[in-house]
Design a protein around this ligand. Structure first.
Ligand SMILES: NC(=O)C1=CN([C@@H]2O[C@H](COP(=O)(O)OP(=O)(O)OC[C@H]3O[C@@H](n4cnc5c(N)ncnc54)[C@H](O)[C@@H]3O)[C@@H](O)[C@H]2O)C=CC1
Ligand SMILES: CC(C)CC(=O)C(=O)O
Ligand SMILES: [Mg+2]
Length: 348
């Protein structure tokens, strides 16, 4: 019995979590894959229930999980909390040692028409962004505001860079053998250390080709020549920004999942987007990001390739029939889409 801990969180988090869990249940009914789900408070919901975004009970539950599913956290009502949902999220990533955030960006040929970009540019896009998740400017000290001055520190050491670079090169070995390392080495000391370390690590992976791009040029090339990319390796802030940009290729932020990997702990799977307060509570959320986070969990934590394929094929078939949510220009509600995927799973 696999133990899955869920952290639905805030805004659309609970809506897309409910959708993805219903689909998981439908897909696994009658199979050997058995699991139990334990839901825990996290983010704004943690503040409301327990006075902290990352309550002690939630911390304890994560230690015993085989895999963790996170919806999304945050919202204007918690902006002035003494510890914000976002700080809780960063605390959790650090505590669990989730150093690698893997964000695949793929565009199925049958769904190429959903991209707002020109078909000839985006057709065949299949890349993975490997984002370092527990270093860089989100975590470096000192970090403080004093009157009209504010400080954030970008910090990396060689070991942190080496660890994420090895992860990216190993991902590339299972794919097309190409790593694009993204930095700002023309300006930042951090990036010069990054580039030097990536080049050293590259020597251990002679079967992988490495190139370097500055982040500004990478941002441009990502949407003009996305098919040039296989694995993008980058630090925390750049990866955060570039991955939201990359969601324009398939057509919506609501399509992109991720896996956050730790050397010691169970992996965590989460959409790349936030809690979308602008559409929360209206059944407008696209649950694909969460459903695909579940299929990443099935593959990576449980080796369930066939189950994951079945769910992904059902979702693609439903979208190819024109059933999709408003972010992609469709009319389906979150529930309509979920039920259509479940029907497709039951037919097949
Ligand atoms: N991992 C997490 O939980 C993250 C949390 N946040 C937090 O989320 C809150 C909202 O941040 P925003 O800047 O608005 O970013 P956001 O990612 O929540 O939303 C950006 C835009 O994308 C749309 N969108 C996002 N996911 C969607 C989905 N599944 N279906 C349809 N449309 C979708 C939203 O409606 C919005 O217009 C903030 O408190 C922020 O700090 C932001 C990013 C990641
Ligand atoms: C609180 C933020 C760092 C979350 C975010 O934007 C992300 O992980 O993509
Ligand atoms: Mg982000």
């Amino acid at each position: 019995m696999h133990k899955i801990v869920t952290l639905p969180g805030d805004g659309i988090g609970p809506e897309i979590m409910a959708s993805a869990l219903e689909i998981l249940q439908a897909a696994t009914a009658g199979t050997d894959f058995t699991y139990e789900v334990t839901e825990m408070p996290f983010g704004g919901a943690g503040i409301d229930a327990k006075g902290h975004p990352f309550p002690e009970e939630t911390q304890a539950a994560l230690q015993t999980a085989d895999a963790i599913l996170l919806g999304a956290i945050g919202g204007p009502q918690w902006h002035d909390a003494s510890v914000t949902p976002e700080q809780g999220l960063l605390q959790m990533r650090a505590l669990l040692g989730l150093y690698a955030n893997v964000r695949p960006v793929r565009l199925a040929d049958s769904l190429v028409h959903l991209s707002p970009l020109k078909e000839e540019r985006v057709k065949g896009t299949d890349m993975v962004i490997v984002r370092e998740l527990i270093g860089g400017i989100y975590f470096g000290k000192p970090k403080y505001r004093e009157g009209d001055e504010a400080f954030d520190t970008m910090y990396y050491n060689r070991g942190m860079i080496e660890r994420i670079a090895r992860y990216a090169f190993e991902v590339a070995q299972t794919r097309r053998g190409h790593v694009t390392s993204v930095d700002k080495a023309n300006v930042l000391a951090n990036s010069r250390l990054w580039r030097e370390t990536v080049n050293e690590v590259a020597q251990d992976y002679p079967d992988v080709q490495v190139e370097h791009l500055y982040v500004d040029a990478a941002a441009m090339k990502l949407i003009t020549k996305p098919t040039d990319f296989d694995v993008i390796l980058t630090e925390n802030l750049f990866g955060d920004i570039l991955s939201d940009e990359a969601s324009v290729i398939p057509g919506s932020l609501g399509l992109l999942p991720s896996a956050s990997i730790s050397a010691e702990q169970a992996a965590l799977y989460e959409p790349i987007h936030g809690s979308a307060p602008d559409i929360a509570g209206q059944a407008l959320a696209n649950p694909m990001s969460m459903i695909l986070s579940v299929t990443m969990m099935l593959r990576q934590s449980f080796g369930e390739e066939v189950l994951a394929d079945r769910i992904e094929e059902a979702c693609q078939a439903v979208m190819a029939e024109g059933i999709f949510t408003k972010d992609l220009g469709g009319q389906a509600s979150t529930t309509d889409f979920t039920q259509a995927v479940i029907r497709k799973l039951q037919e097949g």
